[in-house]
Design a binder for this molecule. Structure first.
Ligand SMILES: *[C@@H]1O[C@H](CO)[C@@H](O)[C@H](O)[C@H]1NC(C)=O
Ligand SMILES: *[C@@H]1O[C@H](CO)[C@@H](O)[C@H](O)[C@H]1NC(C)=O
Ligand SMILES: *[C@@H]1O[C@H](CO)[C@@H](O)[C@H](O)[C@H]1NC(C)=O
Ligand SMILES: *[C@@H]1O[C@H](CO)[C@@H](O)[C@H](O)[C@H]1NC(C)=O
Ligand SMILES: *[C@@H]1O[C@H](CO)[C@@H](O)[C@H](O)[C@H]1NC(C)=O
Ligand SMILES: *[C@@H]1O[C@H](CO)[C@@H](O)[C@H](O)[C@H]1NC(C)=O
Length: 288
């Protein structure tokens, strides 16, 4: 009779049913395999995909700065007027592009320790100006001196150095000086062996952050990259209460299977505290 229409339909139905059964089996098996593969590949140990991206951060990480430029320095100094500031920024630097160093696994506690070398490269395309933009800012050395030396006699001496160096309450500094360091003319006159370079992040280049000890996820994948200790400690001894704890990751990576409802905790050594982010909406960082 050959293959008539009915026969074709039956064959089609049978093949369809077989494929549906296979599909039914393979979907959970596939999910299981994918989950198993993810669980294997996110562990921070030699040979996994996550490890490679973790040693040297796979994506560009930027840090942006906004500076408060003082508009009325003379009025504040002479007449104690209210300070007027103008926010200028962003000034963007690429950070965390250097590979982690001294990576040491501890199989017993399932942790890995490392140093994160510091480096910052200015990114003009994401900044409103250059590193040489000048700001009128508080004179950090002059403002801090009376706090450090409450003694009137010492303050008298320091005041003579401040006058001699023509320093005052405010100073003009470039972005580069403010962030990465400048030689302070007032401190330069102080006849003691003190650090005369001042900068919000000085010293930065050729220094490293850490030692960090984080969980490698080998025993519990939900702990991967979470910090166990920072510089050998579980707290900072700087803030009071929970702000002093070191919770979460270093923000460069997070454990897998994160839900949008989850609050992501991370610790930033630059601001010397932990913080967190809540999901609000999706957006794209893709630049055309
Ligand atoms: C300080 O206040 C006086 C009196 O109001 C005014 O004449 C002077 O210009 C002010 N000085 C500065 C630097 O603003
Ligand atoms: C990192 O490793 C280098 C050499 O391998 C060593 O000289 C240095 O002391 C280590 N640093 C720390 C903080 O352990
Ligand atoms: C720090 O190093 C980076 C990369 O070599 C360089 O672009 C930057 O200018 C350096 N910063 C300072 C303040 O020396
Ligand atoms: C800072 O710069 C402004 C103008 O750019 C100038 O008027 C002021 O005298 C400068 N201040 C100091 C302390 O050098
Ligand atoms: C902070 O850590 C020190 C030792 O690492 C410990 O003695 C102290 O109790 C901790 N404080 C808090 C608030 O956890
Ligand atoms: C934060 O860290 C501390 C000490 O490591 C821990 O006891 C606490 O449960 C953590 N809190 C959160 C919300 O993860």
């Amino acid at each position: 009779m050959g293959c008539n229409r009915n026969c074709g339909l039956v064959a089609g139905a049978v093949i369809g049913a077989v494929l549906a059964v296979f599909g039914g089996i393979l979907m959970p098996v596939g999910d299981m395999l994918i989950e198993k593969t993810i669980k294997k590949e996110v562990v921070l140990e030699e040979g996994t995909i996550a490890f490679k991206n973790w040693v040297k951060t796979g994506t560009d990480v930027y840090r942006q700065f906004w500076i408060f430029d003082v508009q009325n320095p003379d009025e504040v100094t002479v007449n104690s007027s209210k300070i007027k500031v103008k926010q200028r920024g962003p000034y963007t630097y690429r950070v965390r592009y250097l590979a982690k160093e001294n990576i040491t696994q501890d199989p017993e506690t399932h942790t890995v320790s490392f140093l994160q070398p510091n480096g910052a490269i200015f990114e003009p395309s994401l900044s409103v100006g250059t590193e040489d933009d000048t700001f009128t800012i508080l004179n950090l050395a002059v403002a801090a001196a009376p706090q450090l030396y409450p003694n009137t006699f010492m303050q008298g001496i320091l005041n003579s150095f401040i006058k001699k160096s023509k320093s005052s309450m405010f100073q003009n500094r470039t972005l580069k000086e403010l962030l990465w360091g400048y030689t302070d003319p007032f401190l330069n006159l102080v006849p003691y062996p003190i650090t005369t370079t001042i900068g919000v992040f000085y010293p930065y280049n050729n220094t490293a952050d850490g030692i960090y000890k984080v969980f490698n996820g080998k025993d519990d994948i939900s702990k991967v990259a979470i910090i166990d200790t920072y510089k050998g400690r579980k707290n900072l001894s700087y803030w009071s209460s929970y702000c002093d704890l070191i919770n979460g990751t270093d923000a460069a990576s997070f454990p897998p299977f994160v839900e949008k409802t989850r609050v992501l905790q991370f610790f930033s050594s630059d601001i010397c505290r932990k913080t967190c982010v809540h999901f609000t909406s999706s957006f794209s960082t893709w630049k055309s």
